[in-house]
Design a protein around this ligand. Sequence first.
Ligand code: ATP
Ligand code: MG
Length: 395
Amino acid sequence: MCPVTLEKLTKVYPNGYEAVHEFDLEVADGEFMVLVGPSGCGKTTAMRMVAGLEQISSGTLRIGDRIMNDVSPRDRDIAMVFQNYALYPHMTVGENIGFALKMKHTPKQEIVNKVRDTAEILGLTEWIDRKPGQLSGGQRQRVAMGRAIVREPKVFLMDEPLSNLDAKLRVQMRAEVARIQRRLGVATIYVTHDQVEAMTMGDRVAVMRAGVLLQCDKPQRIYDSPVNIFVAGFMGSPSMNLFEASLGEGARSLRLGSQEIVLPASVLAARPSLVKYANNEIVIGVRPESLAMAGPKRSASGNETVQFEGDVDLIEALGSEILVHFSTDAHRVEAEGMYSDDAEGLEAGSITRPGDGVARMAPDTQVTIGSRIKLQMNTKRLYFFDAVTGLSIEE
Ligand SMILES: Nc1ncnc2c1ncn2[C@@H]1O[C@H](COP(=O)(O)OP(=O)(O)OP(=O)(O)O)[C@@H](O)[C@H]1O
Ligand SMILES: [Mg+2]
C-alpha cells in the first residue's frame, strides 16, 4: 500500500489556467520522492493539493487507503516545510520545535521528550536554548524541519526548503536532509527545480514540465534512459549535447551539419526502429562525459566509436576536469525551460551557450582555444530522438 497516491490530479485555477494536468504519482512507505521541473511547471501547485492548501479540481488523492480530497489540511497527517519558513524569534529552539505539540495540549513531559529526541535527530541538542537569531542559516533550517518532524506526520512535503541557503550550505544540507529522511522513514515529496538535488537526494525522481509528469524513475534510470528530449536536456549538468541530424540510407550513416558519420551496424541492431527514420531528420544526443579527444591511433577494433570535428571556443578549468566548449555547423536543439538554472552549475562557473557543444575531459587534456579538434564517442553512448515528437528512440 502506498501512503500517498495521486490519481489524475488536476488543478485549474479560477482564472481558467490549468497548472497541473492529470498527474499520477505513487509514493511508497518511507520513500524519498523528488519532484523536479522548471519554474512554473506546477510543482508547488501539486504539493499544495496534497497538503490541502489548494482545492483539487479533479482526480483523487489518497493517503493510505483514505481519499483525502475534501479532508482539511489539519486532518491529513502531513507536515510541510517551505522555502520561506518562519521561526518564532522570541522562542528558543526547543520552544519552536515543541510549539505545535503545545497547541495540541500535549502533556508537558511528552513535549519535553519529543523535543529532545527531535533535536537529537537534527543535531540541534547544543542549541536547544538559543533563540533563532543566534543560529546559522543551516541551523535555522533544521529547526524548521524539527517543527515538522515533531508532529510525527505520515507524509512530509518539502518545497524548495534549501533554496534560501548559500551554495555551500545547500550542498551540506542536501546530504543532511536525505539522511534525516531515511532515519525517520516517512514518505516524503521534495520539490526542487535543481536537477542536481533531484539526482542526489531522491529514491525516485518525478520530472514535470508544463503541468504534466514526463517520467518517474530512479535517478540513474532517468539519467541513462530519458524518455524524451526535454528530460534528456534537463537532467545532467552540463546538459546533454543535442543536435539536429539526418539519418542516411538504411540508417547506416548520420549527417551532422556538414559532417558525415558512418554508423557501425551495432547501432541499428540495438534500435531496429531507426530504419523508419532513414533519410529523415532526427535529434541525436551525447552527454559531455561521453566525448573524448580522438587519439591518433584509432585501431580497427575501435569500430564502435565514431568521430566528428568541432572548433574549440572556450575552455573552463574546474580543477578536477575541464569543460571544452566547441562549435560545429550542426544546429543545437533546445526544449523550452530545459536548462535548470541550478546554482551548482553557476557555482562551478559553467556556462550554457546555446549553439555550442560541451565535452568533459581530464584536466591534463591537451587542447587550445581556437583549434579544431576531433572528438570521439562510443556509439553505445549515443541517444536518438524523434525530431517531431521529441520521444526517445530506444528500440
Ligand atoms: N492562484 C493562481 N492563479 C492562477 N495561476 C496560478 C496561481 N498560482 C499559480 N499559478 C500558475 O500556475 C503555474 C504553476 O505554478 P507553481 O507555483 O505550481 O509552479 P512551480 O513549479 O512551483 O514553480 P517555481 O519553481 O517557480 O516555484 C504557473 O504558471 C503560475 O503562474
Ligand atoms: Mg514553486
